[in-house]
Design a protein around this ligand. Sequence first.
Ligand SMILES: [Zn+2]
Ligand SMILES: [Zn+2]
Length: 883
Amino acid sequence: MDKEYNHKEVEKKWIEKWSKSDIYSFKNDGREVFSIDTPPPYTSGVAHMGTILGYVWFDMIARFKRMRGFDVYFPHGWDTQGLPTELKVEKELGKSAKKDRSKFREACKKWTEYSIERMSRQLKSVGYFPDWNNVYVTMDRDYWRRVQYSLLKFHEKGLIYIKEHPVHFCPSCESAIAKAEINYREEEGYLNYIKFKLEDGETIEIATTRPELLPACVAVAVNPEDDRYKDLPGRKAIVPIFNQKVEIFSDRAVDPEFGTGIVMICTFGDEQDVKWAYERGLPVVKAINQRGKLTKVAGKYKGMGILEAREAIISDLEKQGYLVKREKIVHQVAVHDKCGTPIEFVPTLQWFIKVRQFKEDIIGAAMSMKWIPDYMLQRLIDWAESLDWDWVISRQRIWGTPIPFWYCEKCHYIIAPREEELPLDPTEREPPVKECPSCGSRRISPARDVCDCWVDSSITPLVITGWPNEREKFEKLYPVSIRPQGYEIIRTWAFYTIFRCLMLTGKPPFKEIVINGMVLGDDGRKMSKSYGNVVEPDEVVEKYGGDSLRQWVSTGALGKDVPFSWKEVKHGHKFLRKLWNIARFVKQNTSDYDGSEYDVSELKPIDRWILYHLDQLIESTTNDFERYEFPQIMRRIWSFTWNKLADDYLEIVKHRIYDPKSIEEKRKTQFVLLKVLRDLVKLVAPITPFIAEEIYQEIDGRKESVHIEEWPERIGSWLEEGAEVSVLIIRGIRRYKGEKGIPLNRKLKEVEIFVNDQRLLGEIRRNLEDIEGATRSEILIREGVPEIDVVVKELEPDISKIGPEFKEKTKDVIEQMRKIKSEIGEEKLYKSLLNSGIIELKLESGETVNVSERHLKIRIERRVGDKEIVDIGDPRVKVLVKP
Ligand SMILES: [Zn+2]
Ligand SMILES: [Zn+2]
């Protein structure tokens, strides 16, 4: 073994070896299965710290389960289709490149392949090893086939429909987007107070932030409780500039506090407007088209963009005397999470999956799973209960799974292909029928839209288990054991997966769902370029290695955001070097070990002491891994390794190795050293897989990999008080030498131990050889308590305490203190202070004052004759030392 641990070389070596081996593959050999529904990362080109955090989490779980004897099924996937890639390629090639759909797809595919290669390398560099031979890619034809087949099944159940429907629409991306893709942003804007004339000549004032929607105004409303406007409902208002007459009605949903308390309703203004339009059967007026431009109902404003139209209409309102005032306000604007453009409601032809009616089933399925942490379940329930609309699955895009249907333009009847024809792009085929089977129309069109990428990813538990055609595999693997994922996609990925899988199989898709948090910057804020707190995983791996980064990951708690910490990473790196040095020591000193095994009872008390603490560590580590409670695991391992193993045990047994009393003694020590190191290496294997493998191969190597070794079991050791106290004694003497600058291997002239407890004395006596060996000194042990002398080294008035309290008498007090000290001596003065708690001083002025311990600087030393006392923290034991 090299003198220094070289993480770069070691990690590189194992990445190569593991990539070629099949230690991470599913064996299907009859053992209990543990399966993971791996989140397919989006192929954005680079894995960020947040990605690394999530993937390392469940890689640790998989490694633990594998060592616990499970047959771990751990495939990997890539989520490849969707907007970010399409936008990237579009930016590179220009919008016109999209005219040729298949060429455009080819370009997206190329970028994605590059991205997969790069991200695989990054994931491997942090020791993330699913079964790299079992990988699905959502852009593959076979993946398309399964997605399209699932849609065929939904269609058969009557759950797919198309409808001209107002949907959230991003005018910049020119695509419908899901509610889950909406963010809210605070923005400055104007609240415009506009005069509306009533039919009968009166005027009212209406405040709106969106005057460009005036051409689509179809009604005006007030709150029925609003005393100011009791006489308005039932009358008619005339919309300025556009002059349509609209009805005024009353509705409790109107907020009387907003603006003037009177609102205008435009068919696609916001969600509330859309609700009213449907509830009250108001006319449907489309003022804004899919490119975010005003339509012909806007008259002379037709073709203008939203902001342009807003300003033009305001300026005209002002000229014609309709504008009362403009108030600056800050309001919440709904924007597209991908591009930040404010969202519009635009009625377009969209494809839907019926989901609202299954809310209760979805919640029921979610409740049948174990959620870790458990409070995350509520997020899913809240989301399910807030759903107003069905799921819009269509996107007006190219880079996605084609929606595999044709439809009748007249009656919206859907025509499906046959199962054997999948996968397909309906735009490249003739429809299977010439006329609509429902209405006879000959206007049959292919779906030109592609699927929302959640349609791809929400069947991953089905795809990885062989659905729909690999029956046997499916029966064995579905539902999967765990779904790990981030909390920010509960309302999308978790929700849609539970829904789809439940509808397609009748069963919930997973047994446990484990939710991780996000990575924050080291300043506790969100990692973001604008805060300058972004740390790229590559940089950390380059400097300190994957094992160090993984230790930082392990110190975070599930469900919680984890701040990145260079300090933790560096500490992790320090641990690697420590562990390496220990392993090197053990290897060097066990080269002649003959493989003898011993029962715990045959060993020395201090051997049982280290084995007892190892047992404790095995138990707590096992329990924590079982419950996915990681934060304490490494902290306990660090403490055991640094303190108990390296500082105490190794130092104590060195004499048995270098200068053994018998070959038997040496063998036993070698047995314990190897046992402790082997188990320790297994315990850290899920968190620091590289160094664990390297050391395992150096000291054991019975199996191809430590990662298919058996998880350590407790050896069943026990703790003797005498051993614990003996370790304290040794630690105390070694520390004493260190403090006095005495070399650790130098013999002390005299060491005497008094034990005021007969049973304890007997137990400590049994460790005498180890105590002598570890301290390189002869030890005298006896029962009882030594006569302790107290030597006063310093007894001085503390002016900083006396001054503020005695004020102008200070000088007098100090003088009298000095006097009494020289009269009766420090020793006596100290004793009388101990007896009465005070020292009485007669001042020059004749006044008597008391000073107590808090007014004095006191330093004493306890000695026994010419020996110093070493404090070991146990009142029954006194260790006396003469250097
Ligand atoms: Zn957008
Ligand atoms: Zn039809």
